[in-house]
Design a protein around this ligand. Structure first.
Ligand SMILES: Nc1ncnc2c1ncn2[C@@H]1O[C@H](COP(=O)(O)OP(=O)(O)OP(=O)(O)O)[C@@H](O)[C@H]1O
Ligand SMILES: Nc1nc2c(c(=O)[nH]1)N=C(CO)CN2
Length: 164
């Protein structure tokens, strides 16, 4: 049985825009994942972690998949690893981060995987591109555009214009 899932991607090291494009292609380069929707890319101020790290590019995608949640997480980690993701500093700079935001209407927390993502509701860098991708999307019953506007990092977000 297939389920719709929302994935959030972020990059603040290297060729950020290329990395996001390649990562989307890698994520859907599986017969078990189908791309349904892609958000605009936004440039965002880093939230948490070291203050001197570069700005992020962020985006979200919606996929349809028959991966179980942990299989999908492993698939995301494999794509992160392909793009040389390292894990040294919590919320530190990274070439690529992929988070599972929602998986159908599943709610789970088994210590390794929490769905919906536990910080998504307070992150404009996830919520605003999501609202632009899907104007009807809700999280916890609230329109994601409303959550984005109320998020502390909303003012640090601008549409990304390649070449600027
Ligand atoms: N919904 C989720 N999506 C992705 N990873 C998750 C999720 N829930 C729990 N995790 C766990 O979080 C671990 C750390 O993930 P990661 O290194 O991407 O964190 P982070 O991006 O630095 O911080 P944050 O979790 O705040 O986005 C993963 O290995 C995974 O086991
Ligand atoms: N702007 C921005 N800040 C972050 C991001 C991110 O993707 N964008 N990811 C984090 C950990 O997942 C922590 N902080």
């Amino acid at each position: 049985m297939s389920v719709k899932a929302v994935l959030a991607l972020g990059s603040n090291l290297g060729e950020r825009s290329d990395t996001l494009s390649l990562a989307v292609a890698d994520l859907v380069d599986s017969p078990r994942v189908r791309l349904c929707a892609v958000s605009p890319v936004v440039q965002t101020k880093p939230v948490g972690g070291p203050e001197d790290q570069p700005d992020f590019l962020n985006m979200v995608i919606e996929v349809e998949t028959d991966f179980e949640p942990h299989e999908l997480l492993a698939h995301c980690h494999a794509v992160e690893d392909k793009h040389h993701r390292t894990r040294e500093v919590r919320w530190g700079p990274r070439t690529l981060d992929i988070d599972i935001i929602t998986y159908g209407d599943l709610s789970m927390d088994d210590g390794t995987l929490t769905i919906p993502h536990p910080r998504a509701h307070e992150r404009a860098f996830v919520l605003q591109p999501w609202a632009w991708m899907d104007s009807h999307a809700t999280l916890g019953g609230v329109p994601v555009g409303e959550l984005a506007a109320a998020a502390g990092d909303f003012d640090g977000l601008v549409p990304f214009e390649p070449g600027h």
